[in-house]
Design a protein around this ligand. Sequence first.
Ligand code: ADP
Length: 289
Amino acid sequence: MSNCDTCESTDCTSKAQREDENSEQFRERQEIARRMCKIKHKIAVISGKGGVGKSTVAVNLAVSLSIMGNKVGLMDVDIHGPSIPTMINLKETSVRSDENGIYPLEMGNLKIISVGYLLGHADDPVIFRGPRKMGLIKQFIKDVEWGELDYLIIDTPPGTGDEGLSIAQMIESMSGAVIVTTPQEVSGADVRKSINFCKQLNLKPLGIIENMAGFVCPNCSEIHPIFGEGGGQKIADKFSIPLLGSIPLDPNIRVSGDDGKPFIYHYAKTETAKTMKAVIDSIETIVAG
Ligand code: ADP
């Protein structure tokens, strides 16, 4: 049975019906709503800037939820640095498509699609600008045929610019956003911008993840708080948003990303993976509640 059969929400179509039913925009929104209402929880992973571990969180969140038995989709819309194909070791560039849309790649009950698959060679610079870039993002969101899912994890472009904004606007029924930051930027403007971005879009901030918090020494396994401690909690308290947890800077996370072996699975026995798992479990609890 489709979720639509039991869905009492009037949002999907009634919002769209207020627009001109003949317009291209209306048809696009209807098409997106038709696909998205088969997905129970849609979570955006966002960050104020690049390089803070947003894609790392998105991959490990998706893999962990799928290992727990959920049907999960992972959508990489980070148009400037689509790193998911590398992190998950699915670098093939050709995806199947037909009149029903573009089909994600599948690994067990995890479905994956990256905007990188539509951009050609991985080493080519991404030179899309303005309307062309937006057009590609829109087509991507509209055309991917996910089927029914428990979770869709969306790896968004870094920052709070137009790209992230239009992604969140296109997918109306989002569960919320996980904000990834690092101890260096935790007191800076970037996190505040991410929180305001959520407010502006009526996107529920599910919580903050403080990534690269302290260094796990490969020799003694102790965590050294190189950039200080407590910043994540302070900002969480200030904005009344949960701190989902602090993930240390662990060389194995970088290695697993480069090797295409998701950390949460391949390094499951390590202390860092247990910390990461606790963070992921708290996201699941917040979304389910
Ligand atoms: P973003 O998506 O924010 O640009 P990435 O997830 O691509 O960031 O991470 C940037 C780099 O940092 C990658 O090489 C990744 O493997 C590494 N990285 C992310 N988090 C950690 C961590 N906690 N410890 C060590 N390396 C990390």
